[in-house]
Design a protein around this ligand. Structure first.
Ligand code: 1PR
Length: 523
């Protein structure tokens, strides 16, 4: 029996699913007494440090938790569940942590993108039972902007490199805590969870511990989902966003099945886009929530969901906030939500008012679930112009001139799945969204979508150089060489594809085999 400290902040479903997959039962903490009675306690912290500590205090969990830890009983902290063990965090000045380990939690002060999102390795500093069965070459999924800085090294279990060397897990007797997410780290992560639960397992060093680690470039499989004309929820795929062929919506498979296939083939992350979310209310008949629930039972890599994340009033006049919609997705197994159309409207409002509203979906969701949980999906289209002076948007000189030989273009944002162009460019959108608290950009390109002609490197370079958050390059992948191109000619942290995977033209395994030894990837 595993006791789970769920304080209601985010996606604990994945942790429950992972533990259940390993044959254990999970009981959630309902009172401080449950903590005291636990045999093995798992604390998957989610969200922001300040709100986590406030909720722990409100629920009167702090004292029983401190007692439990002081008694050196089996404990696994994950992400914020590691940070909570320290004295405090730069994320929440003046708010004390549990103070078990002397030291502080600090924000990354580095030249690379923050949050640190993706798969990275571990450098072992002491033997541990959690290394059992691992080779040492595995990578694990991280997503965080802050890292722990203990006063001395005695508790350090592993280090990880990301422009600096930081502590990625600690061990102190029976207390183990990781900055990475074992529940989102595929088979290697499940192995770590199992090793934690098997308290009799011996402490070992991994067979090989790397001298240094590198963040892997991520390969993401994207499933555009909508109802077809028969009312079935299907994975579809458009050509430049047109998903109909001979009048009917293309049907490329069932969402849960396909996600399972991509997990097995080695996808580093899976994204679902509910492409008609702009007109349907996602919480109405809730098919996407069911898709997420079912997927997260057998897919142990990060899941992102997009489509329809905005404020909404239903037929009976009941109002829902974007935060409520996002919360329903997180509870169903999503790790990140992606906001498309609403982000454009939010940025338009910001530019008009000259300041943030403080209440936009981006700000609200980032405040509760953390910046890393908010992805902005941009659907831009090229607009060619004769000269940079022709428009007031940032313009690039392009190597692919327009139909009339125009040498310049800008990238116009669209909403409602590309149906409506707005007077806003993709670079400005990305910059403002970062300011408002977005943690990552999913950069589509309508011109390249479904064309198999390669990613729009000019677009990716323009947006990537304007922001300091990670960028997912999307649209146009047709062969493994396109992934190499996007990873060597742009700074994009990850690349997403749909059509080539759905049609089995190029499996994910082939992309990874091709990239191995050329760029850092998760094996
Ligand atoms: O606006 O917040 O409701 O979100 C709607 C979401 O649905 C947005 O993220 C938007 O990108 C997406 N979407 C809307 N309509 C379509 C469509 O195709 N008709 N799909 C659509 C976007 C782009 C990618 C695609 C890549 C890779 N599709 O998802 O997977 O372009 O494709 P490829 O590798 O085959 O070239 P909101």
């Amino acid at each position: 029996m595993i006791t789970l400290l769920d304080y209601g902040a985010g996606n604990v479903r994945s942790v429950i699913n992972a533990i259940e997959r390993l044959g254990e039962t999970v009981r959630s903490v309902r009172s401080g007494a449950d903590i005291s009675a636990a045999e093995k306690l798992v604390f998957p912290g989610v969200g922001a440090f300040g709100s986590m500590m406030q909720i722990l205090h409100q629920k009167q969990y702090v004292d029983p938790l401190r007692e439990y830890l002081k008694a050196d009983r089996p404990f696994l902290g994950i992400c914020l569940g590691l940070q909570a063990l320290f004295q405090g965090s730069e994320e929440a000045a003046g708010i004390d942590g549990l103070g078990l380990i002397p030291g502080m939690v600090k924000r990354f002060d580095i030249r690379r993108s923050v949050p640190h999102i993706g798969w990275n390795g571990l450098i072992a500093k002491q033997p541990s039972r959690i290394f059992n069965g691992l080779t040492g070459e595995e990578k694990f999924y991280f997503v965080h902007s802050y890292h722990v800085v203990p006063q001395d090294e005695s508790t350090v279990l592993t280090y990880t490199d990301y422009d600096c060397r930081f502590v990625s897990s600690i061990q102190m007797g029976n207390i183990i805590a990781t900055q990475f997410h074992p529940e989102k780290s595929g088979d290697a992560g499940l192995r770590i969870l199992k090793n934690f639960m098997d308290t009799d397992t011996q402490k070992v060093q991994p067979a090989r511990s790397p001298q240094q680690t590198n963040l892997a470039k991520r390969i993401i499989a994207c499933l555009d989902v909508r109802s077809n004309d028969q009312g079935d929820l299907v994975v579809t795929k458009g050509d430049q966003y047109d998903v109909r062929e001979k009048g009917a919506v293309r049907n490329l498979g069932k969402p849960v099945e396909l996600a399972g296939r991509y997990y097995t083939e080695g996808a580093d992350e899976i994204t679902f886009l509910n492409i008609t979310g702009f007109r349907d209310f996602p919480l109405k008949d809730m098919p996407m929530l069911k898709v997420l629930e079912a997927t997260s039972k057998h897919v142990f890599v990060p899941l992102t969901i997009g489509g329809g994340i905005r404020d909404y009033t239903d037929e009976s006049g009941r109002e829902y906030t974007a935060l409520e919609v996002a919360s329903a997705y997180f509870r169903s197994g999503a790790d990140k939500v992606s906001i498309g159309s609403d982000a454009v409207l939010i940025v338009e409002d910001y530019l008009q008012q000259g300041r943030p509203s403080g209440r936009s979906a981006i700000e609200e969701i980032a405040r509760v679930y953390g910046n890393q949980a908010v992805v902005i999906s941009i659907d831009p289209r090229r607009v060619y112009v004769d000269s940079p002076a022709a428009v007031r948007h940032p313009v690039i000189e392009t190597a692919w001139p327009g139909p009339k030989g125009e040498r310049f273009c800008w990238y116009q944002c669209t909403i409602k799945g590309g149906r409506e162009g707005r007077d806003l460019d993709a670079v400005t959108l990305a910059q403002v969204c970062e300011k408002l608290g977005a943690g990552e950009i999913l950069l589509n390109c309508i011109d390249r979508d479904g064309t198999n002609s390669g990613f729009d490197l000019e677009l990716i370079n323009a947006v990537k150089s304007a922001v300091s958050i990670p960028v997912i390059a999307s649209s146009g992948a047709g062969c493994p060489e396109h992934f190499l191109e996007v990873f060597t000619r742009t700074q994009a942290e990850s690349a997403l594809a749909a059509g080539i995977f759905h049609r089995r033209e190029v499996p994910i395994t082939t992309v990874k085999q091709f990239l191995a030894c050329k760029v850092e990837i998760r094996p």
